[in-house]
Design a binder for this molecule. Structure first.
Ligand code: ADP
Length: 259
């Protein structure tokens, strides 16, 4: 009882609370900080052996002397896919750990949003062509916004990549840019004619590592961290992100960024 009372006292006195770590009692905030640092350090450190691993596989593939069977060649291709996937997970984890620690600053500048959207569309066009998906972009004349250029590029890449990934062949994906007149905000709408997301899942897709259909998602590829990063970018700009969707009828992601 005494232990419980003293723990309760510690909790109330701390304001932030305490946590048991083995036999030690440490403040919750400190424990979160340690966890964040651990995730950031681990994901950073794991990238080096992974790139060595990738280089080794490529060396075997390039080595004309090695007599590997056609089956082993296929295994090497699969290994490279998995290494790429793991590198993506690690870099997404690092982005989120740094954003949690508020170690990533948002650097706002004036830039042409239309240029950035066109750049993202160009880089994803080959992916869309492979699935015969029609990519379109509608915008008004105004072009300049005030935001973090690299982060907005990353945000658009996540949303458009998802829209293409989760839309079956011969579908459509569109980006629409609106400059609101009532408030000085901009609205970016990413719409697809894809598989859609149920109401329950719409609440969860912005959670870290949440993926709707784990089996299908695995075939499609991805980390389950994209939308968490997208949400962080929007919130760090003081904006909002929402989704409207119905199963089988496509999804619409709406982003509002204050100016
Ligand atoms: P992932 O790397 O799996 O795409 P995200 O965090 O970007 O991770 O998305 C989480 C999950 O939300 C996805 O696995 C997918 O199930 C669902 N999702 C995201 N975007 C769409 C979309 N445009 N259409 C249908 N489902 C989507």
């Amino acid at each position: 009882i005494l232990t419980i009372i003293s723990l309760l006292f510690l909790f109330l006195a701390s304001g932030g609370g305490y946590i048991m770590a083995g036999r030690a009692i440490i403040p919750i905030k400190k424990s979160y900080d340690r966890q964040r640092e651990f995730v950031a350090d681990a994901s950073h450190e794991l990238r080096t052996p992974l790139s060595i691993f990738m280089a080794s596989v490529e060396t075997i593939q390039r080595d004309k002397e090695s007599k590997i069977s056609p089956f082993a060649e296929l295994v090497l291709v699969d290994m490279k896919d998995e290494i790429r996937n793991m590198s993506k997970i690690l870099s997404d984890m690092l982005t989120l750990a740094r954003s949690d620690a508020e170690a990533t600053t948002i650097l706002k500048e004036k830039f042409d949003i239309i240029d950035i959207i066109e750049q993202v569309i160009r880089s994803l066009q080959p992916l869309a062509n492979k699935k015969d998906i029609q990519l379109s972009f509608k915008y008004q004349m105004q072009r300049v916004i005030f935001a973090d250029k690299n982060r907005i590029h990353q945000l658009l890449l996540i949303l458009l990549d998802n829209a293409i990934k989760y839309t079956p062949p011969r579908g459509t994906v569109s980006v629409e840019l609106e400059f609101l007149t009532k408030k000085p905000d901009i609205k970016i709408i990413v719409k697809d004619s894809g598989m859609g997301i149920s109401a329950e899942d719409q609440e969860l897709i912005f959670e870290r590592f949440y993926r709707v259909d784990k089996m299908r998602s695995r075939e499609i590829g991805g980390t389950g961290l994209g939308l968490s990063i997208a949400k962080w970018i929007v919130l760090a700009h003081g904006g909002s992100v929402s989704v409207e969707s119905q199963i089988g009828k496509g999804s619409t992601f709406i982003i509002v960024l204050p100016q």
